[in-house]
Design a binder for this molecule. Sequence first.
Ligand code: XMP
Length: 512
Amino acid sequence: MKNNELILILDFGGQYNQLIARRVRECNVYSEVVPYNISIEKIKEKAPKGIIFTGGPASVYGEDSPRCADGIFDLGIPILGICYGMQLMTHTLGGKVEKAETREYGQTDVNIDNTSSLFTDFNNTNKFLMSHTDFVQEVPAGFKNIGSTSHCPNAAMENVEKNLYGIQFHPEVNLSINGTQVIKNFLFNICKCSGDWQISSFVEESIKSLKEKIGDGKALCALSGGVDSSVAAVLLSKAIGKKLTCIFVDHGLLRKNEGDEVEKIFREQFDINLIRVNAKERFLNKLAGITDPEKKRKIIGEEFIRVFEEEAKKLGTVDFLVQGTIYPDVIESGLGKSSVIKSHHNVGGLPDYVDFKEIVEPLRDLFKDEVRKTGLELGIPENLVYRQPFPGPGLAIRIIGDITDDKLEILKDADSIFREEIANAGLHKSINQYFAVLTNLKSVGVMGDERTYDYTIALRAVETTDFMTGVWSKIPYDILEKVSSRIVNEVKHVNRVVYDITSKPPATIEWE
Ligand code: XMP
């Protein structure tokens, strides 16, 4: 991607690398994460205003420890080395890196020299996150010490003449108080960036580079109606128009009217080549009698791929398969070694089944809120852009036990009332996920003078930022009361409504 002003981030394997990229973008400077061993020619071609070396788990003394290209320090481009990046800079330029007896980890008081351009606007002592074992014992010739902690004699260094800077701490994380200011100082005081990049520039540049990349080729995109695939599809459609085909597999397990709404937006507002496959019956047949949540997920995942594949085959070979992968997906799939609580199905399995030449993932470097901003910039309606997360297997995992058409209708109606009342109360932006669950429980009630024996609906609402943990939302009683009375009055076969007051953990957000 061509940019007027670019910061290159050399990836040495640290866990916060994309966060560094994001912080730079928050300062309105475009940044790109590239492999640590990017060649000098490539760097020259990209002509960045500055380079950041990330941290990483290696030791500079390790046999295969990652090294940067020779000559990078002579390019005259400002470089900031963070953690391992600082140690590598030291080691390469003739300073001394040593192993410490103990690891220094956690928020630490760092004494700094605030006359350095890197630390403009800082006090002498600041709380930053340290996370390292090796440390710089002796800075290279020509460098000056500009920071230390009680355990680390050289927590920051600079060579003003060569525009080379190193910091042992991590300015990108929230645990480093005001850490972004260090990044800002590097960008504006040292690299002399102007900071005029905006999400609109990302959109413009992505469209341009997608046009160049795809040329006259054909592209295919699986559209789910979720934020990520929608933004990816619209971006592609702006770049290549009708050379893009989107396949929307409607498994019939979406929320009330959702399938039609998705279709309307993409056909009418964006004039996208859209194939909607109404496959409800197919999915319900496969799911008949299935009660195990993981089996449901597996069946839906496989059937989804099969339907998509059948439709894709009709189109013949396509050159590019578009995926709405965003950065958090990349971390989850790359580092996700934790045990499987639920096998979250997404369309990750598609590439094996479809005849295509290359995958295009235009949102791969973005975080969710950046994807949302991109969506708004592209003109996607706010209610879609700010849609709460919705699981791939849809309502199938919100009907406890086996799934039937009747149960689906009951759940859709109850859920729609709950969502409507949450929106009426203006709570839809503060509660991160809220929905109804059809429990498999029937209980006795009384309506009019009649005994009833009907279903119990559970309401679930959680507040969370990462969806890994969350607390149940304290929805005011009068709103719960209204939802409850509307559901039992308006939805047939429901005579009881309960509210789930469990946080995650120990419960999960979905019931299955
Ligand atoms: P849990 O229930 O694990 O949910 O606390 C965390 C988040 O993940 C969503 N979720 C899924 N998303 N396929 C998905 O695409 C799934 O099978 C699935 N199960 C849960 C859930 O809605 C919540 O946002």
